[in-house]
Write a protein that binds this ligand. Structure first.
Ligand code: ZN
Length: 404
């Protein structure tokens, strides 16, 4: 038997089951129960957050044959529900906007929309990636949206709502899908592992969920890869798959930075690269660590904004105490721009090393106290404003303003 990917095997089939989009589910259920059904819906959000899943559930709710009218609880067993779930129902037409973007396709849609549905209540057109349509296609679609036949419903989905013409937007009921929070993705993955009877470590699943960055589909496809590779899901297996450095290594590096030990931090970077971690992977992980340190310093280590399993929060809290908040803010900014530059630069490694040295020797570059003193002095004597190295502390000044 062919292996069925998790995303298909465990696709949510009811409004209650769609992970992370509870607010949208509730609104749609309330609308269906009170009979306030729109002619056109627009689902926006990044990929893999449940737009197509929600569209199919909505289509089933509108067309389920086990109920006398639209129902918030489609049966999932009638011919219509089954066909919609497979994506091949006669009355629910799924169109990929990216490959059917021209006026001819929309003209054909309009010509067919006139005819009543074959067996269900509504003829439903689901256009995915609707922003890809050409302008003439949008204009043709608009004519149908302005005067839709009673039996026609539209569901559009897009990752780029800002590319839609205002005339289309104004005729749709819009639902913005949020990125799914990491703990919710992790909990869902855990439930699936249980259903698949595969042992999985919580930390490993949390790491997968974090890498999915809000997209359930990405989380599931990573889990698919892990399941294909082995019997058990361990943190080591996930680290290997993702090519991200383990936290302990990053913590060691940040520890060297906190001590002003540039050589130690560079050595750690080198060791990471030699172990097969990519430069952008290492820089990304360092950026993430410093973001967590900044959040721990600003909001406390228990903050929900810090996406880490509890086991790693303690290390982050301890490390955060060794930097001042301004130093952490500076580090986050520096590492963010480094992440961008590393992708496009031919001297990426040198840039990364320069940033690491700069962080470890931050006091040589910015010392807020001496900077303020110098700015005040500049106010008194404008001539010194042009002096080079004005922000550099003089020799013999305090060595480590980063550490309290
Ligand atoms: Zn049904």
């Amino acid at each position: 038997m062919a292996y069925l990917v998790l995303a298909r095997k465990y696709r949510s089939t009811t409004f209650d089951e769609v992970v992370g989009q509870e607010a949208i589910s509730q609104t749609l259920v309330a609308a269906i129960e009170s009979g306030r059904i729109a002619h056109a819906y627009l689902f926006t959000g990044t990929r893999g957050v449940g737009k197509t899943t929600m569209a199919r559930i909505l289509a089933k709710a509108l067309n389920c044959m086990s109920a006398p009218g639209p129902t918030a609880k489609p049966c999932g067993k009638c011919e219509a529900c089954l066909a919609i779930a497979r994506g091949d129902d006669l009355d629910v037409v799924e169109i990929d906007g990216a490959s059917n973007r021209g006026i001819d396709e929309i003209r054909e849609l309009r010509a067919n929309a006139i005819f009543r549905p074959a067996r269900c209540r509504y003829k439903i057109y689901y256009i995915d990636e609707v922003h890809m349509l050409t302008m003439p296609a949008f204009n043709a679609l608009l004519k149908t949206l302005e005067e839709p036949p009673e039996h026609v419903k539209f569901i559009f989905s897009t990752t780029e709502a800002e590319k839609l013409p205002a005339t289309i937007l104004s005729r749709c009921q819009r639902y913005d899908f949020r990125n799914i929070p990491t703990p919710q993705i992790a909990a869902h993955l855990k439930a699936l592992c249980k259903a698949e009877k595969v042992p999985a470590a919580d930390d490993a699943l949390f790491r997968v969920a974090r890498a999915a960055a809000g997209s359930m589909r990405d989380g599931l496809s990573l889990l698919d890869q892990l399941l294909a590779a082995g019997q058990e899901i361990t943190d080591e297996a996930v680290i290997r798959l993702l090519g991200t450095p383990p936290e302990e290594r990053m913590t060691t590096m940040a520890d060297a930075i906190a001590s002003g030990n540039a050589a130690g931090a560079l050595g750690e970077l080198n060791a990471l690269l030699e172990s097969g971690i990519s430069l952008s992977g290492a820089v990304g992980a360092l950026g993430e660590l410093f973001r967590n340190l900044m959040l721990a310093s600003a909001c406390g280590p228990a903050s929900e904004l810090i996406e880490l399993p509890d086991t790693q929060r303690q290390a982050v809290a301890a490390l955060a105490g060794r930097f001042s908040l301004p130093a952490l803010v500076h580090a986050v900014g520096l590492l963010q721009s480094l992440e961008r530059n590393v992708r496009s630069s031919s001297v990426a490694r040198a840039l990364a090393e320069a940033s690491v040295v700069r962080l470890a020797a931050a006091d040589k570059f910015i010392d807020p106290q001496s900077l303020i003193a110098r700015l005040e002095a500049m106010g008194r004597s404008p001539a010194s404003a042009t002096a080079p190295r004005a922000a550099m502390p003089a020799e013999g000044e305090k060595k480590k303003p980063l550490t309290p």
